[in-house]
Structures are given as structure tokens and as C-alpha cells.
Design a binder for this molecule. Sequence first.
Ligand code: SF4
Length: 365
Amino acid sequence: MPFCRRKCIYCDFYSVGERLADRESLVRKYLEEFDARRHEIPLPAKTLYLGGGTPSLMPVEQLSALVEALSARGAIGESTTERTIEINPDDVTEDKAVAWSRLGFNRFSIGVQSFDDTLLRTIGRRHDAASARRVVETLQPLGDVSLDLIFALPEQTVEQWRQTVAEAVALRPQHISAYALMYEEGTPLTRLRDNGTIREADDDIYLEMFSYLTDTLAAAGYRQYEISNYALPGHESRHNSAYWDGTPYLGLGPAAHSYDGRRTRRANPADIRRYLKHNFITPFFNQETLTDCELAEEYLLTRLRTARGIDLSDFQRRFPSLSADLLTRPLPTPDLVAIENNRLHLTRAGIMTSDAVILALAQRL
Ligand code: SF4
């Protein structure tokens, strides 16, 4: 759903202003695209994920038309047990929440980012902390709630981050995703940093915030099942886990990505105008076939981010030309990875510096 009311200054996801998105035509096109590509994954899908952009801006009538048509086509069904919609807190009303629930959505991923109004304004979010709290309370009786948080924001103090984490825990969502702020190329945020208007958080502040988050959530009963994802037991996202497990998925819409579970990745061009004009008799996507080496790198990159880590026998089975010793030889810095029950996983110290560890291991492949 590639449209937003206002662009957040850090965001490099593809999205257009909501006035440019003809949502009725988009729904029609999603269905045309689905009809052309339904053979790509087993159906009905086990999970449905409406991401954005801002799906919560989609009028309920059009959302309902989309969900009903997907059901009628067998894309989703009774076995589609996890159905997530991404939500901007400013878009939620009681009526909309009830309508989402009636349409079968049972997981609400809320872009809270922070419970500090000054920081929310700095990064260009259009909601405030009070509306985020209200929305969590509205949605909680209707399904699982997942909060998105961002840390290491410009000028954010450790104390401000602690307060955001405390507020998040007090609301008792089933799931929390927390990412350090990224300075992506071409975003207004990066320009502000480059021209000296704002300063990127120091590494030690980042580490202190990340450690605090991990410790506090663990004490509150949340399991860090992936580097950036924490869940109460039994509430891990099946959809996100599928990305890390190599499960096939079908992404519809401009800039959506798909994977066939083997070697083929498909990416739709980030261009809503072209998407709306396309006939889907020819594919809209660009396709890439992964080599053995690329597959092994992806395997490493995604699985090492999870608490389960890499099953070394499975690695060996999938990549017989590569030796599992490549992964188990010691790293220059000790104690960043560990092997338990033939599984290689990041230690606490490894999680804190995961990018460097994964890169060091990937270079051996
Ligand atoms: S609402 Fe989400 S997708 Fe839209 S600009 Fe903000 S972060 Fe990006």
C-alpha cells in the first residue's frame, strides 16, 4: 500500500502522497496481479500482511473489497491464521478498528517509534504519544498488538529511551520490533546530518540503548527471537519468521518483493503510475536468480539474526560444496558466536555487533 499522508524524514521505503494513489484502481490491479501470479506460492497463504506505506489510510470499503476478493480466489482462507495490518496511530477510529477485525485482521503492527512528542516531531511522524497509547488500548481486545520503536534518534538521551521502553512494556503488547535509526542515502534525515543540522548518535549511546532494551524486555517476559524482534511466548510473528526461514512469499503492488523458496527473487518496480497502467499479461516484476554463493550468504544473513541460529547439518546439506568449518572457525574477537546442539548462534556480545560478525562470516563463503 505505497501511499503516506506525509513522508517521515528517515524513511526510504517507496511511497507516494495519498492523493496520488487511486486506491480503487489499486485494488483492481492487486487482484489482476494476483490472478497472473497465483501459481507462484502454495495457496491459501498461511499469513497475510498488509504493509506500506500506510495501509491504515485505505478506506474500509476498498479494504473489504480486496480481502473478500482474495478470499473468493482462494488466496487466503481458514488456514490463513495470521493476518497483519500496519497502522499509523493517527488513522485509527473505533469504527475502523472494528471493521479491520471483522475483515479478519488479528495482528496490528503500530508505528509508534517513540513515546516522546518532541522526538516524534523531529522525525516527521504525524501522531503523538497520547494517540499511540489510545490506539494500543483500542486494538488490544481485537488481536495481537506489535509496537514498532526506533532508537538512537538524533538528540535522544538514554533516559528518553528508557521512558519509551517503560511505556511500551506497561502497555503489554504481544510483540515489539525495535530498530536503531538508519541514515539511508537520499533521505532528508541524511541531508540534515551531512549539513551538520543534526548529529548521529555515538556508538556507545547506541549500545547502551540496545542493551537496556534487551535486558528490560527479557525481564518483562519478552523473548528476543530475532535481533530486532521480541515477543511474549507464542506470539512470534509467523509472517516475519517466514522471511528468515526461506519460506516462499508473494508480494503484490509497486515495490513489492517475492521469493519462490528456491533461487528466484522477484521485485516489482517502485512506480505506482506504471503499476496502474500495467496489464499483467507480461510480468511487472524484475527477476533475479541467486547463485549458490548468494544463496549461502542470504542463508547466513537471515538465520544468524534469529535466536535459533544456523543448523550446521542443514547448512551442509543445502550447500555441499561449502564446508561448515567456514562458519565454525574462530573469529578474531572471541565469544561473539557459540555452538550449541550443532547450531551456530550469536551470543549477547555478538547480537550487539551483529553486522560486523555476519559480514566477517559471509566473507569466508
Ligand atoms: S508512514 Fe511509514 S512508510 Fe510512510 S513515510 Fe513514514 S515510515 Fe515511511
